[in-house]
Design a binder for this molecule. Structure first.
Ligand code: BG6
Ligand code: MG
Length: 207
């Protein structure tokens, strides 16, 4: 039985993927190339700098370290300006109810996200108090599919990875969860998330 639940944020609790996409697309446009929704699938769950690396590869653009940091900052300013308007109505269907249900059953809950904006987003959504631990992009150095974020999250809950279930919408995140030794529930399409132990369409299926 599950003693701990570790949730990815973007795409699992809130649909911020569209804001990430718009911000990356704006950067691509400035750099003179198109960035499609299909390309964007590759960025899901991936850290900011790794996302930029993939984006520049798609655009066939070379850039040095300093320039890359400027580009990432430009993207983040655009992204932060969209998410400053986030409100609780944007919590994905069933997410709050499922978190509350688990808490009621005594299951420990952690966030396991690559985002450096995670704490800000949780506070905008008014659900920060539902988490026993928050492991995010400010606390880990290895991007998913590396298991670091989920290992750190289970440790923060005082549990073994095998006692925890990871909830993930990204292929890289599912891989990271499996590599950590957790059970993984994929949220989205079985075509993309086939490595998960189970795939559901949304957390509303579990309440
Ligand atoms: C992940 C998103 O949760 O966080 C990625 O799925 C994003 O798309 C990554 O790049 C890093 O987010 P941020 O907010 O630190 O740029
Ligand atoms: Mg995600």
């Amino acid at each position: 039985t599950m003693k701990g639940a570790i949730f990815d944020l973007d795409g699992v609790i809130v649909d911020t993927a569209k804001y990430h996409y718009l911000a990356w697309q704006a950067l691509a446009k400035r750099l003179g190339f198109d960035f499609t929704e299909e390309d964007n699938e590759r960025l899901k769950g991936v850290s900011r700098m790794e996302s930029l690396r993939i984006l520049l590869e798609i655009g066939g653009i070379e850039a040095g370290e300093v320039e890359r940091l400027e580009m990432a900052e430009m993207k983040n300013r655009e992204y932060v300006s969209s998410i400053s308007k986030l409100d609780p109505s944007e919590i994905l269907p069933g997410a709050r109810e499922y978190l509350e249900l688990l808490r009621g059953r005594g299951v420990k809950i952690a966030l396991g996200s690559a985002s450096q904006n995670a704490a800000f987003i949780l506070s905008r959504l008014g659900i920060a108090r539902l988490f026993d631990a928050v492991i995010d992009g400010t606390k880990v150095s290895q991007a998913k599919p590396d298991p670091e974020v989920f290992l750190a999250a289970s440790e923060a809950l005082g549990l073994r990875p095998s006692e925890c279930v990871v909830f993930e919408d990204a292929a890289a995140g599912v891989q990271a969860g499996k590599a950590a030794g957790c059970k993984v529930v994929g949220i989205g399409s079985p075509d993309i998330l086939h490595q998960a132990d189970r795939v559901i369409a949304g957390l509303y299926e579990l309440i």
